[in-house]
Write a protein that binds this ligand. Sequence first.
Ligand code: 4AD
Ligand code: MG
Length: 466
Amino acid sequence: MNIDRALIADVLADVEVGSEVTIGGWIRTVRASKGGFSFITLNDGSCMDCIQVVADKELGNYDDEISHLTAGCSLIVCGEVVESPGKGQRVELHGREVRVIGLADAEKYPIQPKRHTFEFLRTQAHLRARTNTFGAVARVRSAMAGLIHEYFQSRGFLYVHTPVITASDCEGAGELFRVSTLDLDALPRDDESNIDYAEDFFSRPTYLTVSGQLEAETYSCALGNVYTFGPTFRAENSNTPRHLAEFWMIEPEMAFCDLQGDADLAEDFLKNIFAGILNKCPADMEFFNKRIDNTVIETLTHIAESPFERITYTKAIELLEAADCKWQFPVSWGIDLQTEHERYLTEETFKKPVIITDYPSSIKPFYMRLSDDGKTVAAMDVLVPKIGEIIGGAQREERLDVLTERMEAQSMNVDDYWWYCDLRRYGTVPHAGFGLGFERTIQFATGMANIRDVIPYPRTPRSAEF
Ligand code: 4AD
Ligand code: MG
């Protein structure tokens, strides 16, 4: 069955008065008037707005069914599009046939027509898409994914699918989820009573990937400009409004490109997708601006129009040291910037996105290109107000000897990365790329305060219910 139904978005926008349409959806509110009418607002997810359906008692199933309807019930309604006497909507629907498809027990249905807290709705993640906010988040998320693909596809970037299961730790932070079919209750041991991974599914320790970068680099060093867009996993025990254990990342990688080119792409890309979302989802963006954060539209418009600030890490440290602030994490050259520092720079100092480059090598992964000063790497982070880091990227180390030295210094097993090193053995080229956190992008675009509310089923420490 695929019922030939119109979308409520289309009916509200431009179906002519007098037309007969069939729609399907879920009841948001229902009100029976004394005169023997029911006013039902129906939503089908095609847009923020509900359509008002007027059902009168002449309908054969009025007394038995329609008059008992409650929020959450699903209907298929066939009716005539008529001018709406009420304010705010062009048209409503006079029901000729109101078919009740699924009832929803009014005593138990969790999504009642009132304001629920986001905390409560997280416990109802399977139903929260039926609310205005989560419907809007879902539409913006989908549109944003489309804009991102469009951006790269229209510029000749090749979409590469990198593996989800890997044997390498790209970021070297040890925040890996293990993938194994070994029986945890009866682990095979070798002679020295270490776990015998030869017995495991892949005959070696394997993990969920933290980043598709290393594999993306291999394709970039053959095909030029590529990008990945996929799920990534981090077993970091960070309970913050900006961290997930499972999140989506967009990772472009460009051959014959240096750090400047990388920063240029990051800036153009962000401007493009943020301007794009205002165009593509005007009603949902209005909603976020009105109900969630009344600065989002202005911020996104501003971003699209003005150049990002670019400073070095060393300069950033100077600014932070000079700031009249009581830092929770004290500032000195060599520290990893914390969210409080990032937010200060982008919200207080510059009031716009900031690209910070040339971080100390000691706080960055092995693959970043070592600069001539011997102590910084060609790294780049893009910081935005309210979120802090939204992009992390770098020019990659293309010199085999420098790369292996850095790997050894970080106690990595160089042999395990033989294939990655091969790129430097055979036709090495300067290349660069970055990773954009998709959920942080949606947070920034919508003003949603908590990252758990911009992905359908958030995975965080001690939470994987759905
Ligand atoms: O800075 P990160 O760790 O960079 C990388 O993984 C590189 N390999 C990317 C590359 O150069 N191809 O992560 C990139 C971005 C961060 O800036 C942040 O937006 C997001 O991924 N991110 C997270 N988002 C949600 N939850 C987490 N736990 C995240 N960790 C990183
Ligand atoms: Mg980073």
